[in-house]
Unconditional design. Structure first.
Length: 271
């Protein structure tokens, strides 16, 4: 390895697929560099391609200071995520890397996630959307993006997304249906019941003051119990009639219902 310094920032190249500059991380580093300078050299390969240190280089350009850098002949661009250990790569970082390299699934996932982010006024985060779009039930989509095996289940994702919008009409204004816990719960519920019924979701939303639980298991059990309350609707008019009967029973009492039943069972004198 060779340690060098320069103010010629143009000699450096960026890795295709490297993650974007993180504004918060950059702001934190800038405060430190303004006080003590760049203490950790950036890492480049023999072609001066940056494997670690793009934030430090960007700050050095702004401040007009020397950049210490190490030329390594052993680093590999394919493992850039493992070289950048100061901040772990997220699922979004891997997804954006794949998109920059031309992965169609990652490009489409980002487009849909960005669309949903805007439609929900930033309530449904990009990472939560990517998790919902993923065909599996796990929430560790970072591994699938890292290994480039991510796949989308459009049917489930669209049903859940529409259901989240319905739940957003709930009278509890503090309840945010677009959280990670709730979106995962509704996705799990969709799989459990073989496809969500929007009519039941509307009933659930209209007649309940929905609460949110931080614990995923508790939240799932809570919403599943509410959803099951409206299961009878699937059986149609028979249960509608039973519901009417229950109404009159509560209004007039059982004796009235018994009298009406006997009256209907007695043949008419005209027959």
């Amino acid at each position: 390895m060779e340690l060098k310094k320069t103010t010629d920032y143009n000699i450096f190249n960026n890795v295709i697929g490297n993650r974007n500059i993180d504004r918060r991380n950059r702001a934190r580093l800038k405060k430190s560099i303004e006080i003590i300078g760049i203490q950790q050299p950036i890492l480049v390969n023999q072609n001066n391609t940056i494997n670690d240190g793009q934030h430090r280089l960007d700050i050095a350009k702004e401040l007009g200071i020397e950049v210490p850098y190490i030329i390594s002949h052993d680093t590999n661009e394919e493992y850039i995520d493992q070289l950048q250990i100061s901040k772990k790569w997220s699922a979004l970082d891997y997804c954006e890397r794949n998109a920059k390299k031309g992965c169609k699934i990652s490009i489409e996932a980002l487009e849909i996630a960005d669309k949903w982010f805007k439609e929900t006024n930033s309530k449904f985060s990009i990472i939560n959307s990517l998790t919902l779009l993923y065909e599996g039930q796990g929430n560790n989509v970072g591994r699938t993006f890292r290994n480039n095996i991510y796949k989308i289940n459009y049917d489930i994702a669209n049903r859940v997304y529409k259901s989240l919008h319905i739940l957003n009409e709930n009278q509890n204004k503090k309840f945010n249906p677009f959280t990670a816990t709730n979106s995962r719960t509704i996705k799990r519920l969709d799989v459990k019941v073989g496809g969500l019924d929007y009519k039941k979701i509307k009933k659930l939303t209209k007649f309940n003051y929905i609460q949110g639980y931080s614990n995923g298991k508790d939240h799932y059990n809570y919403l599943y119990d509410l959803y099951k309350k409206y299961k009878w609707k699937s059986f149609g008019i028979i249960y509608e009639l039973l519901d009417i009967e229950k109404y009159f029973s509560e209004l007039f009492g059982l004796e009235y219902l018994a009298f009406q039943a006997e009256k209907l069972a007695t043949p008419s004198s005209d027959s």
